[in-house]
Design a protein around this ligand. Sequence first.
Ligand code: FES
Length: 137
Amino acid sequence: MKVIAAAAAVAGCGSSPQTTASPDAPAPPADGPTCDGCLDLSDPTNSALTKVDGSRIVRFAKTNVLVARISETEFIAVSSVCTHAGCAVRFATTQISCPCHGSLFALDGTVTRGPATRPLTRFSATYDAQTNIVTLS
Ligand code: FES
């Protein structure tokens, strides 16, 4: 009787990992690109980027990145971490502002008003209208 129960337990264990995900497996980032640097604009998570002047912050290259749509076909991407004291910057149509101490940055990340003295790290953001995907690099 004990042998039959043990065989059933082994069979159950052997099939389980193939049909269900391990609860210990790391989950994909909830708020980041779904592939290496890709933002699918068909995904509702990225709906803010479907309109000109829309923006959102994503996790990419181990940092928070502000991605903004500046025209029908152009996007910008810069670190969202202010270089003065680390506050989260905001997209404001023609510039990027920091609400903490008033620094302003151009859309390419360069400082236009202090107290920040170093530019925001800039990333490339390429839009493919065929696939509706923005690729960060
Ligand atoms: S943290 Fe941005 S201006 Fe101070």
